[in-house]
Write a protein that binds this ligand. Structure first.
Ligand SMILES: [Fe+2]
Length: 243
């Protein structure tokens, strides 16, 4: 069977946000000026290595402590974020690299171009990584980020959010997205969230509180499941995909 038959399912542009969305001001300059051309994925995008598997450090999935001085921890509501990474066919994606970055509890990023007056937390860096296990599950600990203002309209605030980058089994599965927190009143007001076209898409990016995974007297939990592009080939359990 050729690899081409096992190629990735094309992205559904009807489901994805439009690139040109004027209420999100920078999309006007960033969006393509000509019609998109769709090309088949290359062999390298489907089968090439996406990252090394031995790069995760012991503290990488603990943002409460991975930047903190010895014996200290980041300030803010302690949370666990976890979920399952699957492809479009519902198959778990083991060995996927999850990279996250976020503002601190006061809505301030540790970045040289950050312009918000919110205070830095000396014990919080705002970056972390995790790898999915055999069942596609990932988990990391952090503090709940705060909302922050941004120069878009006259008075726009981002809801509390965590940025995600996910490397799956092939580069064609790469996904960059944001996770929001259930119940945040800023979500429906945000021009970036507003580029989504359906309630289903809106819900898919909003992590519900997960009391089952909450650790008493320690951290609340939020569940964020992620779907990557799938392959066309039918999966057979007795052999790896693509062969
Ligand atoms: Fe952000």
């Amino acid at each position: 069977m050729s690899l081409k038959q096992g190629g990735y399912i094309p992205r559904d542009r009807g489901w994805q946000p439009d690139a040109f969305t004027p209420p999100y001001k920078t999309s006007v300059k960033r969006s393509p000026q000509a019609a998109l051309l769709s090309m088949p994925t290359t062999l390298g995008e489907e089968t090439g290595p996406v990252f090394g598997h031995d790069i995760i450090g012991a503290m990488d999935n603990d943002l409460i402590h991975n930047f903190a001085a010895d014996g200290q921890s980041a300030i803010g509501p302690r949370i666990i974020v976890h979920g399952v990474v699957k492809d479009e066919s519902g198959r778990p994606v083991p060995g996927a690299l999850i990279e996250v970055w976020q503002a601190n509890a006061g809505g301030r990023y540790r970045h040289k171009k950050e312009g918000y007056l919110g205070a830095l937390d000396p014990n919080f860096g705002g970056c972390g990584r995790a790898i999915t296990d055999e069942t596609g599950h990932y988990e990391f600990r952090s503090i709940q980020p705060g909302p922050y203002p941004w120069p878009n309209g006259l008075n726009d605030w981002r809801p509390a959010h965590i940025h995600f980058s996910i490397f799956g089994l092939g580069f064609a599965q790469r996904l960059i997205t944001q996770m929001y927190f259930e119940g945040d009143p800023h979500i429906p007001l945000c021009p970036i969230v507003g580029v989504l076209k359906s309630q289903e898409a809106f819900d898919a990016l909003t992590a519900p509180l997960d009391m089952n995974r909450t650790v008493p007297m320690d951290a609340r939990a939020f569940k964020f499941d992620i779907t990557l592009r799938g392959r066309r080939q039918t999966y057979f359990e007795n052999r790896p995909e693509g062969l």
